[in-house]
Write a protein that binds this ligand. Structure first.
Ligand code: GDP
Length: 372
């Protein structure tokens, strides 16, 4: 199961954002309850209208969307990397997530204390990123030292692998010292480098989306006085991190009015009152989830029958046989072939038979054939 963690300084709106995710009903409001695993963990279903179309076609009794687990990771403060505040707990929690929502405060709200003084999104982004970099640096230093203590005969292949690994770790270390994230080190990682990355699971190599929590009017008009500076900073220090504007306050209203009361008109009127001149207004949540899906290089495939139509998450590049393994390990073991219909061709009944090495495409519908 894929997880995304919400990270940011205190009082920037993390819990409020988490609440709006857990209270909302992305996809089909009538059918989907959201499960909260723990106070700070929730499973959100990835919105997808295609499921309902498939349900119609296959006359399936139910649909089962794929999910993303979202974790509210509290406790990042300046000095978290030294164990200040909830420092270490925070860092353990963040280590396990696949992607990061980095929440940044842009709303004014005088009544909400800002721990670092006033509202200054660039400083806050820098502070958070710096803590993550410091933690990665500490980890790198320890790892390089441990590697140097390993005694492997020079003639052994493992020696060469270890040497390569240490060399990369040292390069990453230097890069981090310059205030850069590991995700920004290279656009194309070699196979061996990717292995090292997967092994170490660095905080600053995780796909990250910057969520800029602004006042309703700024969200509705798509503007904020700091946005330009944030983009300049982002381009230099975190070029892969998209910035998405949202408003925790608007999301709360959206839940109240649209999700719970079903009154979209009330919501639209509320927004129009705040920002006269706008023609429409919507929640930012589905965009946010969609962006995270992109960041994680997630694709979906479907299995369809009259019992259920089910959506599965896979990573880009997954083969047919590996996809079968996502459903069940036995199915991967006994895999013979698959019949694939792309969602776009479903009405035309175009079916192709593929072997184990077929690379799955987003929105493939698959029937796997297995031995026995
Ligand atoms: P966290 O510490 O990052 O989890 O922040 P919270 O979500 O607990 O929010 C801290 C305080 O800021 C709460 O009193 C929220 O009601 C308030 N808050 C959160 N988002 C907004 C917002 O968009 N606008 C305003 N005015 N207040 C907000």
């Amino acid at each position: 199961n894929l997880t995304a963690g919400i990270v940011g300084l205190a009082n920037v709106g993390k819990s409020t954002f988490f609440q709006s995710i857990t209270n909302s009903k992305l996809g089909n409001p009538a059918n989907y309850p959201f499960a909260t695993i723990e106070p700070s963990q929730a499973v959100t279903q990835l919105p997808n209208e295609k499921l309902f179309h498939l349900q119609d076609i296959y006359k399936a009794k139910k649909v089962v969307p794929s999910t993303l687990t979202v974790i509210d990771i509290a406790g990042l403060t300046k000095g978290a990397s030294d164990g200040k505040g909830l420092g270490n707990k925070f860092l353990n929690d963040i280590k396990m997530v696949d992607g990061i929502f980095h929440l940044v405060r842009g709303f004014s709200g005088e009544e909400v204390t800002h721990l670092e003084g006033g509202v200054d999104p660039v400083r806050d982004m820098y502070l958070v990123q710096d803590e993550l970099i410091l933690k990665d640096l500490e980890y790198l230093e320890r790892s390089i030292e441990q590697n140097s203590k390993k005694r492997i005969p020079h003639s052994n292949v493992e020696y060469k692998i270890l040497q390569g690994e240490t060399k990369l770790l040292e390069q990453l270390q230097e890069f981090l010292y310059n205030g850069q994230k590991i995700s920004n080190f290279k656009t194309e990682w070699g196979e061996d480098e990717a292995k090292v990355l997967n092994k170490y699971n660095f905080l600053t190599s995780k796909p990250t989306l910057i969520l800029f929590n602004v006042d309703p009017i700024d969200y509705l008009t798509g503007k904020h006085k700091s946005l330009k500076d944030m983009i300049t900073w982002r381009d230099q220090y975190a070029p892969r991190d998209n910035i998405v504007l949202f408003s925790a306050e608007i999301e709360t209203k959206y839940n109240e009015m649209v999700v719970h009361k079903g009154d979209r008109e009330q919501f639209t009127n509320y927004c129009k009152q705040l920002a006269p001149g706008i023609t429409e207004a919507d929640s930012a949540l589905s965009t946010i989830i969609q962006e995270m899906k992109c960041k994680l290089h997630l694709l979906n495939f479907y299995t369809c029958g009259d019992v259920e139509v089910k959506q599965w998450n896979i990573r880009e590049g997954t083969t047919a046989r590996e996809a079968a393994g996502v459903i069940h390990t036995d199915l991967q073991r006994t895999f013979i072939n698959a019949e694939i219909t792309h969602y776009a061709d479903v009405d035309a009944h175009v079916v192709k038979r593929v072997g184990k090495d077929y690379v799955m495409q987003d929105d493939d519908i698959a029937f796997f054939k297995a031995v026995g």
